[in-house]
Design a protein around this ligand. Structure first.
Ligand code: FES
Ligand SMILES: [Fe+2]
Length: 457
């Protein structure tokens, strides 16, 4: 009788059964509900919760930090951000009627002012309930097409920080908002990890931005008081491109011009994106912020008509492309959401180029624990001054030097650019920008980088 050959398993050591199951998430860094350590930390900052264009003649139901809320603009133009459930019998105020002053509930007409004062209980006008019930509300600031909220204790409310990058001369901010089905932290971490640019955005599939992005850059991370910066330096022939990105804790990222290719000399050009990854709840977040237009968009690649709710003018950010396309050409959305609803840090194996990820987590944990123990959290602009963002691109004409380790020189140039930008803190705008640009123009003549031994004039 003929016997077919016995199927053989492949050679190798297969450890699926022996390796532990995915360990649970780090709840201290990821859970944001009311009363959780990270949730209380987040509730010490101003952050955007919606785009102005989403606020219409109807109440907008939103979920932020695990809380259900309604946002509206009343007849006198004031914004209200109220706990969603009516203080009478919990009907949702998303079905409420916007009044000249505040909003009233559809069910029995309880009428709320934007600060939670109950103005009327029309079914029981004599009731004293108005005197002892106050509805939960949060203060709101509308700024450049975004609605920002502060959801913490009233006594701790910080100043609203207006960075230099929010008001750049020749700038033009276009708001957008994208929801993502994953924890906020993995989205925030993406900005601290510029190595992914070479792989996810270039080498692995299609080139997503500029064709010089496939070269692996030399990365340095710098810690500030309330922020961190990531400098990526790249040699392109006789030019050195230093791009610096920024994260203001907990999750405000500033990203340089998206289509920069680093081939032409330039000094201290600024942003393509300012964005926050705001927790909707533990397993969802919203990337909300601005695309920058105006002078920065020198290649005229931006498409402002594409920017808005769940839409950006470059691919791979929204998860809306067909699944098979996203499998064939994954992008930031797939890389971050693909880590799971809440990434398990204990299942990771961090390497040297994850230094920024580890730094961000450490600094967040310090902030979270500071709030827990009643300490002050360092924040930008609390003395009333303009906080400065360091995110920028500079491309310097500095050739490789014979006999000199070029990687080492790139790191020194990256540090010199960072230090030059940071030295601008001593000045006010517009003098600061001029001083930084002048000092950066001097760098190619710096003895450390000129290789000539003499200073050029
Ligand atoms: S449930 Fe809102 S007024 Fe009764
Ligand atoms: Fe990316």
């Amino acid at each position: 009788m003929n016997q077919s050959p016995q199927p053989r398993p492949p050679r190798g050591v297969f450890r699926g059964h022996e390796n532990p199951i995915r360990p649970p998430e780090d709840s201290e860094l990821t859970h944001v509900g009311l009363g959780t350590p990270c949730g209380e930390y987040w509730r010490r900052f101003w952050f955007p919760v919606a785009m102005t264009q989403e606020v219409t003649d109807l109440p907008l139901r939103i979920r932020i930090l695990g809380e259900d809320l309604v946002l509206f603009r009343d007849g006198s133009g004031r914004y209200g951000l109220l706990h969603m459930h009516c203080s009478h019998r919990n009907t949702s105020l998303e079905f409420g009627l916007i009044e000249e002053r505040g909003i009233s509930c559809c069910y029995h007409g309880w009428h709320y002012d934007i600060d939670g004062t109950i103005l009327a209980t029309p079914g029981d006008p004599e009731s004293g309930v108005r005197e002892h019930v106050r509805h939960g509300t949060y203060p709101v600031i509308e700024y450049e097409g975004l609605v920002f909220a502060y959801m913490g204790p009233s006594a701790e409310m910080p100043q609203f920080p207006v960075f230099d990058t929010f008001e750049l001369p020749g700038g033009d901010l276009v708001p957008y908002s994208i929801s993502m089905p994953c924890n906020w932290l993995q989205v925030a971490e993406n900005t601290t990890d510029p190595i992914h640019v070479a792989f996810l955005h270039s080498r692995k599939r299609d080139i997503h931005f500029a064709d010089t992005w496939g070269d692996v850059r030399l990365i340095q991370w710098f810690e500030g008081e309330w922020k961190m910066n990531v400098a990526a330096s790249l040699r392109l022939g006789d030019m050195v491109w230093v791009a610096i990105q920024e994260i203001v804790y907990p999750a405000n990222g500033s990203v340089t011009y998206l289509w920069e290719d680093g081939t032409e000399e330039k000094y201290f050009t600024r942003l393509g994106l300012s964005k926050w990854s705001v927790p909707i709840d533990d397993t969802h977040c919203m990337v909300i912020g601005w695309r920058h237009f105006g002078d920065i968009d020198v290649r005229r690649m931006g498409r402002r008509e594409m920017i808005g709710k769940q839409s950006l003018d470059f691919p791979g950010q929204t998860g809306t492309e067909p699944y098979s396309e996203r499998q064939r050409d994954p992008n930031d959305f797939e890389a971050t959401v693909g880590q799971g609803p809440i990434s398990s840090h204990a299942a990771e194996n961090l390497v040297v180029h994850d230094t920024g990820v580890a730094m961000l987590r450490r600094r967040l944990r310090e902030g979270i624990r500071a709030v827990q123990s009643g300490e002050h959290v360092s924040m930008p602009g609390q003395d009333g001054s303009t906080p400065y963002c360091y995110a920028q691109s500079t491309v310097l004409p500095i050739s490789p030097k014979p006999g000199r380790d070029d990687d080492q020189m790139l790191l020194e140039i990256g540090k010199a650019v960072y230090d030059t930008v940071a030295s601008g803190d001593a000045y006010s705008e517009p003098e600061r920008t001029e001083k930084i640009r002048d000092a950066l123009r001097e760098l190619p003549q710096d003895l450390r980088f000129s290789g000539s031994g003499t200073r050029a004039h």
